[in-house]
Design a protein around this ligand. Structure first.
Ligand code: CTP
Length: 397
């Protein structure tokens, strides 16, 4: 099953040079399973021909208010989400004033579904107070404004104004279509990936964590409406689109970021494989030789260091326990000692669970001691089950 199977997206394209990117977006949404209607403004049709979209869709696009008397009501009514990409300064202005001057504006005005607006324009147009005011109004209406990105613009200038990449728009569509929204209004801090212990300017000690489990948790919490900050060590997996990402390298850096972010947080999802040992790194590259003796000392335990802060602020904490033997008892002990509300115990020795792989098998233990064994599944599916549990514990499901 694809993520947008059975869902309908209305893609509104307005007339900017970035309109060609919407053809890629259209393909990506189709691949994700969505049924799509495309609505081109008059000027969009000058930038990309309707045949381009019709070739991708296999059915006609909409452009004219006058071809079908009820099109302006029907298109919005049957959509689960409307995406306006690119949204020009002109269309943003008209949407902000509640204009009903063409098929695009009447449709958005009459639509009962969520609206995502992806601006694209010249930097000075984007930064003009008129545009800022109009964009603020769209936010007040509850529309999600995604982008623009910063970078090279069509006129040879550089700055904010580029249409965000199709993947970022697809992620926002996923958030708008998500039926579970138990994390709305909550700040969720997630840690993920390994940390590094530097030995000298070029070498470090680390572990095999790819970051995948924590990235899946961050992505799922964001889709469910959370305000998500992801503190990531140098994991090899790609970072999720949506959450705010803070990159760190060492355990002390991760601790500092965590302490800063936990101040106003409601939930902590602690999936990072934090290195347990520290050393004073050599300033010079260590020369090769027959032997090297390393002296390591225990480093900070991030959950222990933040235990008081978390308990004072009532931050719901999910932690992991990677165990090779006596897993249940050790997991329970970690839950209590480190002040977690829920611990996901996984095996350090099974080939299809734990680090580096795309699947996981976890046993959940909560504060009451109750256990729940989740079957082997992809980390994305495990993340959703963990978040269901947390929503239930927070009384938000
Ligand atoms: N953790 C942490 N700080 C550390 C090590 C781990 O905050 N220095 C967190 C992990 O993110 C995880 C939980 O503590 O949520 C348990 O991690 P795990 O590696 O299983 O336990 P350790 O405390 O490292 O204990 P041990 O290696 O002895 O099993």
């Amino acid at each position: 099953m694809r993520p947008f199977d059975g869902r309908r997206v209305l893609l509104v394209v307005s007339g900017g040079i970035a309109a060609y990117k919407s053809a890629f977006l259209c393909r990506r949404l189709l691949e994700a399973g969505a049924s799509i209607d495309v609505l081109l403004t008059e000027s969009a049709a000058r930038f990309v021909g309707r045949v381009t979209f019709e070739g991708i869709l296999g059915h006609p696009v909409h452009t004219d208010l006058w071809t079908s008397p009820m099109a302006h009501l029907e298109l919005g009514k049957r959509a689960d989400v409307i995406v306006v990409a690119p949204a020009t300064a002109d269309l943003i202005w008209r949407l902000a004033t509640g204009a009903a001057s063409d098929l695009a504006t009447t449709t958005v005005l009459a639509a009962p579904c969520p609206v995502i607006v992806c601006p694209a324009m010249n930097t000075r147009m984007w930064e003009h107070p008129a545009t800022r005011t109009n964009v603020d109004r769209l936010r007040q209406f509850g529309y999600a404004v995604v982008g623009p990105d910063e970078g090279d613009l069509a006129e040879g200038e550089t700055g904010p104004g580029r249409l965000v990449e199709p993947d970022a728009i697809v992620a926002s569509v996923g958030r708008a279509l998500e039926r579970r929204d138990g994390f709305r209004g909550l700040k969720v801090v997630t840690t993920a990936g390994p940390t590094r212990t530097p030995l000298d300017p070029v070498r470090y000690l680390s572990n095999r964590s790819s970051g995948r489990m924590g990235y899946a948790l961050a992505a799922a919490a964001w889709r469910r409406g959370g305000d998500v900050t992801l503190i990531s060590g140098p994991g090899s997996a790609s970072r999720p689109i949506g959450p705010r990402v803070l990159e760190v390298e060492t355990a002390p850096e991760m601790l500092a970021a965590l302490e800063r972010e936990l101040g106003d947080a409601h939930v902590l999802l602690m999936a990072a494989a934090v290195g347990d040992f520290e050393t004073d790194p050599s300033d010079e590259k260590i020369k090769k030789g027959d032997e090297l003796e390393l002296r390591l000392r225990g480093g900070p335990d991030l959950l222990l260091e933040t235990k008081t802060l978390r308990s004072e602020r009532g931050i719901f904490t999910l932690g992991f326990a990677l165990e090779s033997e006596d897993a249940l008892a050790r997991g329970r002990e970690k839950l209590e000692r480190k002040g977690m509300q829920l611990v996901a115990i996984n095996s350090a020795s099974e080939p299809d669970a734990g680090m580096e792989v795309s699947t996981n098998r976890v046993v959940l233990v909560d504060e009451s001691g109750a256990t729940d064994e989740l079957p082997l599944a992809r980390k994305e599916a495990i993340a959703d089950q963990l978040l269901d549990r947390i929503e239930a514990s927070l009384g938000r499901s």
